[in-house]
Design a protein around this ligand. Structure first.
Ligand code: FAD
Length: 312
């Protein structure tokens, strides 16, 4: 496929129009990323873009390519830890790329649609299957990228195909495949930007039942609003639960930092006011070291953006 689909040639890509708009695309310099991550920590992105269309996403990628900037893609920021030193290069959030269509059993969504909205629309069209992962916050592309999973169901169980752009602006289609061992493992390479997701869902008549099931899963995921709470920190090792390992290693509760593993859901971190990304990272690394002493290898699931050095 042609580099940048030949549409980027209509503007001068040698200029980075920070703070200005080029038919819908705004590039912001020095974006405060703590506002965009669920941990509410971290420094600034050198450049930040939030395209609303595939066209604008291609233009953002082309600017980065011409300026030799690294590209970091995010969705709603519910599963990222941003370095306190910030993120060099261009951060592109696809959270504002919205839209959905449904034909037969096939639901096709733009990357910024929330998982919640996708599940609701599916049920409205007599399509079910996604209820078990209801309550996971964030966008459909974020969910697909990390292969979000809950209650023995992962989003890739329903993936028919996903279209994505490379950092060179080439468009590709990745067909879906079912592989339960890929739960919480990305199907995409860093920098690849998902632009469209097609899910093949199960037709069902009992949609009222499906909606009730969905709301039950949302309730189970409920987090009291007073707590700043992360999602899954480590991937489950094959056949094991990371939460169980964290408990077994005695990691939950006060850590001496402004972050601690939750007593309530051990594979999550609760933070307190004034917490930094460095403290969260120190806790994550401490957890990995402690688990190793007990003979377990824990892989970090949350995406680390920017540079992190120095374990505790
Ligand atoms: C309270 C809470 C509970 C959670 N519970 C669960 C749970 O039960 N199960 C679970 O699996 N997760 C859980 N999570 C984690 C998180 O919500 C999911 O992983 C979510 O799907 C991430 O979506 P996002 O849009 O926020 O992605 P982000 O956090 O913005 O990004 C996550 C990853 O996706 C990539 N990404 C995002 N958009 C794109 C795109 N368009 N193209 C390419 N890559 C992209 C990013 O590069 C990054 O690596 C929880 C999080 C919180 C805060």
């Amino acid at each position: 496929m042609a580099l940048f689909l030949n549409i980027g040639m209509r503007y001068n890509a040698d200029m980075i129009p920070t703070g200005s708009m080029l038919s819908g695309l705004v590039i912001t310099e020095g974006m405060d990323m703590s506002r965009l991550s669920s941990f509410s920590t971290g420094g600034r992105a050198e450049y930040y873009a939030e395209p609303r269309s595939v066209f604008d996403a291609v233009r953002a990628l082309e600017m980065a390519y011409r300026k030799n900037l690294s590209v970091t893609v995010i969705g709603a920021g519910t599963h990222v830890l941003v370095s306190d030193d910030g993120i060099p290069g261009l951060v592109i959030s696809t959270a504002s790329m919205r839209g959905m269509s449904i034909k037969g059993r096939l639901l096709v969504a733009a990357p910024g649609e929330s998982l919640d909205n996708v599940i609701n629309q599916a049920i409205d069209h007599n399509l079910t299957g996604l209820e078990e992962i209801a309550g996971i916050p964030g966008t459909i592309a974020g969910a697909l990228s990390v292969n979000a999973a809950a209650n023995s169901t992962s989003i890739s169980d329903f993936l028919f195909y996903a279209d994505y752009l490379t950092t060179e602006g080439e468009a590709h289609r990745r067909p879906g495949f079912h592989d339960p061992s890929r739960s919480q493992r990305s199907l995409f390479q860093p920098g690849e930007l998902i632009i469209s997701i097609a899910l093949r869902l199960r037709p069902a008549r009992a949609t009222a039942e499906a909606r009730m099931r969905k709301e039950e899963y949302v309730e189970r995921m409920y987090i009291p609003p007073c707590r700043r709470f992360s999602g899954i920190i480590y991937r489950d090792p094959p056949g094991m639960s990371a939460a169980r390992i964290i408990r077994e290693c005695g990691l939950t509760g006060p850590s001496g930092l402004k972050a601690e593993f939750s007593e309530y859901q051990p594979n999550s971190i609760v933070t307190y006011p004034g917490c930094t990304s460095s403290e969260i990272y120190a806790l994550i690394e401490h957890g990995r070291m402690k688990a190793k002493e007990h003979g377990y290898d824990l892989e970090t699931s949350v995406a680390l953006l920017g540079s992190f050095t120095g374990a505790p």
